[in-house]
Write a protein that binds this ligand. Structure first.
Ligand code: SAM
Length: 277
C-alpha cells in the first residue's frame, strides 16, 4: 500500500526492526514493520475479532488463562479483555519500542495493559514458551500474533517451537497463529499446518479478509482435544463489527486453491524459515 511522504507520523529503527507509523487517506493511521503493513485503523477490527472470537467461541468454554505472543498494537489484547471470565492474560512482546509507539499513535487499537489480569512481558515469545514448559505451566489458549517469518519472528516458526506450544497447552487448549496471506506468501500457511499436524489431533484453517494486506489472511488453529473450533459453541455468544456466528462457520470454508496449497505442499522440515516468506 502506497505511503505518502507527508504522512509519516513516526519512524524508528529498533533493535529488532524498522518501524514506521504513517497516515494513509484510505486506511487512516497504519503501522508497518520492516516495510510490511501490520495494522491499520480502518480494517484492524476484522483481523483482531476473527483472531480472538473464533477460538474463544469455538472452544465451547471461555479460556481461563491466555498467552498472547507478539501483538504490540494491542488489538488482540483488546478483544481478549472483552471476556470478563478470563483470569490471567500473559502478553509477551519482544519489541518495547513498537508497543510504546502504538500506545502513543494508535491508542484506539490498543487494549488496556493496565488491566489487573494482564502480565506484560517484554521478551522473546519462543524463549518464554520454553521457560513456561520447563515450569510445567499451561495455557488454555495461545494466540500467536507475530510478524511474518522474518527477523525476530523466525524463532516462532521453527518446527520444534510447535512441539513446545503443544506442551504448554492445557488438555482442551487451542493455539491459533496468523499464517500469512496465501496469495502473496503461499508457503507459510501449509508449512504451519504441517508443523501443527505433527503434534495436534485437530488442525484447522480459517480466513478473514484484510483489505490493507491485499487479500484474505490465513489463521491456523490447532486443538489438543478432538473437536476443533470450526463451529461456534460458546456459552456466551458474541457478535462484533465483523465477527458473528455465521461468519465464524463460513470462515472455515476454504477456496479450492487454498486446499491445493496444503495438499500439494512439499514438506521439508529443514526449509530455511525466512525462505517461506
Ligand atoms: N497483525 C500483524 C500480522 O498479521 O503480521 C502482526 C502484528 S504485531 C505488530 C507483530 C508483533 O510481533 C511485532 O510487534 C513484533 O515485535 C512481534 N514479534 C516478532 N517476533 C517476536 C518474538 N520472537 N517474540 C515476541 N514478539 C515478537
Amino acid at each position: 500500500m502506497h505511503c505518502y511522504e507527508a504522512d509519516v507520523l513516526y519512524e524508528e529503527r529498533t533493535p529488532y526492526q524498522y518501524m514506521l507509523i504513517f497516515k494513509n487517506p484510505l486506511f487512516g493511521r497504519c503501522l508497518a514493520l520492516d516495510g510490511i503493513v501490520q495494522v491499520t485503523q480502518k480494517d484492524e477490527f476484522i483481523y483482531h475479532e476473527m483472531f480472538v472470537h473464533c477460538p474463544f467461541q469455538g472452544m465451547g468454554a471461555v479460556p481461563q488463562n491466555v498467552l498472547i505472543i507478539g501483538g504490540a498494537d494491542g488489538g488482540v489484547l483488546r478483544e481478549v479483555l472483552k471476556y470478563k471470565e478470563i483470569k490471567r492474560i500473559v502478553h509477551v512482546e519482544i519489541d518495547k519500542a513498537v508497543l510504546r509507539a502504538c500506545q502513543k499513535y494508535l491508542p484506539d487499537i490498543c487494549g488496556d495493559w493496565e488491566d489487573k489480569r494482564v502480565e506484560l512481558i517484554i521478551g522473546d515469545g519462543a524463549r518464554y514458551v520454553e521457560e513456561a514448559r520447563a515450569r510445567r505451566e499451561t495455557f488454555d489458549c495461545i494466540l500467536l500474533d507475530s510478524t511474518d517469518p522474518i527477523g525476530p519472528a523466525i524463532a516462532l516458526f521453527e518446527p520444534l517451537f510447535h512441539k513446545m506450544l503443544f506442551d504448554v497447552l492445557s488438555d482442551n487448549g487451542v493455539v491459533v497463529r496468523q499464517s500469512g496471506l496465501p496469495l502473496t506468501m503461499p508457503k507459510v500457511m501449509p508449512f504451519v499446518v504441517k508443523r501443527f499436524e505433527e503434534f495436534f489431533p485437530t488442525v484447522e484453517v480459517y480466513r478473514a479478509p484484510v483489505p490493507a494486506y491485499g487479500d484474505e489472511m490465513a489463521f491456523v488453529a490447532a486443538s489438543k482435544a478432538g473437536r476443533g473450533i470450526s463451529s461456534p459453541r460458546g456459552s456466551l455468544p458474541y457478535s462484533g463489527l465483523f465477527y458473528n456466528m455465521e461468519v465464524h462457520k463460513a470462515s472455515f470454508a476454504l477456496p479450492t486453491w487454498w486446499k491445493r496449497l496444503i495438499s500439494e505442499y512439499i514438506d521439508t522440515e529443514e526449509v530455511p524459515i525466512d525462505s517461506l516468506y
